[in-house]
Ligand binder design. Sequence first.
Ligand code: NAP
Ligand code: MG
Length: 498
Amino acid sequence: MAAATPSFESATRGAKSSAALEFLKSSPKKLLINGKWVPSKSGKTFETLNPANEQVLALVAEGDKADVDEAVKHARKAYEDGKWANLSPHARTRFLLKIADLIEQHAEELAELESLDNGKPIFESKNIDIPGAAETFRYYAGFATKIYGETNPSEPTMFNYTLREPVGVCGQIIPWNFPLLMAAWKIAPALACGNVSILKPAEQTPLTALRLGELILESGLPPGVVQIITGFGPGAGSAIAEHPDIDKVAFTGSGEVGKLILKASAGNLKRVSLELGGKSPNIIFPDADMPQAVFGLNQGQVCCAGSRVFVQEGVYDQFTESLSKMAQTLTLGNPLDPNTKMGPLVSKEQHDRVKGYLKTGKEEGAKAMTGGEAGKQESGYFIQPTVFSGVNNQMKIAREEIFGPVASAIKFKDENDVVVQGNDTDYGLAAAVWTKDINRALGIARKLKAGTVWINTYGQIDPMSPFGGYKQSGFGRELGRYAIDLYTQIKSVYAKIG
Ligand code: NAP
Ligand code: MG
């Protein structure tokens, strides 16, 4: 629960950037509609908290269907008037580069806002989230001038070519685990292709998207090309998914909501792309160096976290022992402290969820070699990094996405066994294999049903390379040139000659 009398000073404890504090003081935050900041039509607001101390950082406008309707009206106008879609590709490139520069110029402020709102350690916000967002805009800035159609084979009396055109008005719904980065993954390719965007950030972490909205205005982008509607999933989110005048929805989040979005999109047969998380196998052979990345970033709240750790039977005890020792060195604390390796989970809901899985794991007969409990801090949603041994692949803690600092270690016999077990999951987002035997690594990489496979490393994601899931991890590929497919449609033109 938030403190009864929230104190801005204690909510922002440890913040150094005066710009971040200045931004937070101008609360309540508003919606970005048609180039202007406006309150929600209902006048309602909600609180966004600092999960490290459970205090209120800012009040934020609660947009709902009426606000989405208004945003769609302006988005449609901005799209159809062609001021963005028909702008020269070079000019679109310059806008996206400008946005990337503005993100970099405000990197310190954005990193602090991200860590305050989400709870991720500042070294992550500074080194991963904020630079990653800038690089994503820069990467797609380059694409605006490289979106080609084709000249097709045809009869001599016919000239046939294809045009790659934007899809139109895009609704983009994002989660709380990488707030600014997810906003960039969505907005940058959509704009590069000439679309307009309505972005809905997650209720837990609206701040950096709102600051990005200010920077986008500063870049001079025409009004209505990017609009930001903060609010809740069942209100603003479902209004976007259902809206008859939105052409495409891009969603990252839970499978449960992904299914709702797919159903809602049927009304006007929107194009849909879904990125829905995973339960990724992280496979360790005896000849591997000790993997450094088992707990991943952001307290394990990562869709591609390698949380199902498969260890070959001969080294299982030794490995789980070293992993537990390593987990004990991860210092929990205020995310703004540069020495903090692990912050709190994002919300009370997420904290309760992960605590539920810790209990379930023990009931299922797994052993918490370290952790297994909430953090001992006075306040905040902390969880001790946990290593479960004695896990089998049928247990709930091996099948469901925990989204916390919890590793479930499972034994395997040989290559064949680990491929079968690794693929025995509803998900297919990512996987990793750790071994010095390159033939074995490449062979297993082919056999795993996952959208990304890492070999002797974990978690690298680059805007240059596609990202997305097999099976129930979703469909459509973001990043790389594949995102251009998501945000364009093909027109075939036949011209009769002579
Ligand atoms: P979620 O509900 O799927 O949230 C993701 C986004 O969808 C948020 O912006 C959310 O809005 C919105 N949303 C919720 N209900 C909606 C609806 N009916 N229609 C349209 N949009 C809707 O995820 P969560 O509840 O925050 O997290 C639950 C679990 O999902 C996590 O524990 C984790 O397992 C998984 N997850 C996966 C990812 C990933 O990267 N794939 C990210 C986050 C969570 P509000 O937040 O404002 O309600
Ligand atoms: Mg928050």
